[in-house]
Design a protein around this ligand. Structure first.
Ligand SMILES: *Cc1c(COP(=O)(O)O)cnc(C)c1O
Length: 389
């Protein structure tokens, strides 16, 4: 096709401007929380903020959800809870990993609610309240993940245990669904039934089962508190259906140069992409050190053998494929099909976001949007935007 020579451009971006940027749409974030709160029906909707709010930034996310009306927040660790407490002094903060010996002090100091995950943690918690005084807790029951939580029979036995100390009165029961993203999976109903049996053994207690995908399973799964995470950040909660959430995070990288590879020349490490036509290549300042994973490569990585195409970016409204291997700091995109001269050094290419669903890019890399978002790294310039009214 293009035989015309495009001079390689080497002009660097203006000093001080970053090579990669993340734009976080806080209005979409708030809209997504309200949408999930509505879908939660009579249940209250919490917001899950673990892992720096799925990589988008704890503080802006926490403030946005709080303003939208959220009063219950889940984090993974006491350290995340302490960080959140500094931002939101008044809300309820649940720590999903629970309480272990040595971490007790943080729960009292920052008013965190441990989600008790095992018999051992129960012992630690009982000792902690005997010494430190009252502290609410949540009891985690494992109904089908073999991850955290008491076994169903142990949770049932505890409910009826005459020796159960009066001081031990969990404010809520919690369980987590293994297959909620697959609505037809039989384990969903089984977990629901097991969880119900435990809830009915405790008198008059709050209960929480549904993550994002669980909320989409319907009212039966909502109980009193829902725990949406990925859906708030624009991710696809349920497999095989259109994602109704608004995109929140847009990642873009600057194109450092546009150059030509002649038919027969190779691109990137391993020479795994040999172009069959004269090819115009945009070299973008993004790589696996930024969480733009090597598995997103156009060729030369094991996941490509599964016949999934590599990732695509979007430049000036056109989807363009990654060509060759993604490297630590740089990725090649094939822009041959765009008019010559339309893509220039200094332009930005969208990696995912408004024009390219984050879940499509994750899938190209053989993973899920959760992993892509929480791996984004530190080199992005982060911008937080509110829609103009
Ligand atoms: C991460 C997590 C959630 C949120 O799940 P999403 O699928 O992101 O909505 C809810 N509950 C627990 C226990 C979790 O670990």
């Amino acid at each position: 096709m293009s035989t015309q020579h495009t001079p390689a451009r080497s002009s660097l971006p203006v000093a001080g401007e970053d090579h990669a940027r993340l734009t976080v749409d806080l209005s979409a974030l708030a809209d997504n929380w309200r949408a999930m709160a509505r879908r939660s029906g009579a249940a209250r909707a919490a917001a899950v903020l673990k892992a720096d709010a799925y990589g988008i930034g704890l503080e802006p996310a926490a403030r946005t959800f709080h303003q939208a009306g959220a009063r219950d927040f889940f984090v993974a660790t006491p350290a995340e809870g302490a960080a959140l407490r500094a931002i939101l002094p008044e809300v309820r903060i649940y720590v999903l990993s629970g309480m272990w010996a040595g971490s007790e002090r943080l729960f009292f100091e920052f008013d965190l609610v441990p989600v008790i995950a095992s018999e051992e943690q129960l012992v630690v918690f009982m000792a902690a309240i005997a010494e430190g005084g009252d502290l609410p807790c949540v009891l985690h029951v494992d109904t089908g993940m073999s991850r955290l939580g008491l076994r169903v029979e142990d949770a049932l036995a505890l409910a009826d245990d005459p020796a159960r100390p009066a001081s031990f009165s969990p404010i809520m029961l919690l369980s987590h669904l293994a297959c909620a993203d697959d609505p037809g999976h039989i384990l969903n109903r089984q977990q629901l039934q097991r969880f119900r049996s435990v809830v009915s053994a405790y008198d008059d207690i709050d209960a929480s089962l549904a993550n994002s995908a669980g909320i989409f399973l319907g009212e039966d799964y909502h109980f009193t508190l829902t725990r949406p995470g990925i859906s708030l950040y624009g991710g696809a909660a349920v497999n095989g259906v259109a994602n109704p959430m608004k995109p929140v995070v847009t990642a873009e990288a600057r194109i450092l140069q546009v150059r030509e590879a002649k038919a027969g020349e190779s691109v990137s490490y391993g020479a795994t992409a040999v172009v069959s036509r004269d090819t115009r290549i945009a070299v973008a300042a993004i790589g696996y050190a930024d969480g733009y994973m090597r598995s997103l490569s156009g060729s030369g990585v094991p996941v490509r053998q599964a016949n999934i195409p590599g990732a695509q970016g979007v430049v000036h409204g056109h989807a363009v494929p990654v060509i060759g291997r993604v490297t630590m700091d740089l990725t090649h995109f094939d822009v041959t099909d765009l008019p010559a001269g339309s893509v220039r050094a200094g332009d930005f290419i969208e990696l995912f976001g408004r024009s390219m669903p984050v879940s499509d890019v994750a899938r190209a890399g053989g993973t899920i949007d959760y992993e892509l978002l929480t791996s984004l790294g530190r080199r992005y310039e982060r911008r937080y935007e509110l829609a103009k009214k």
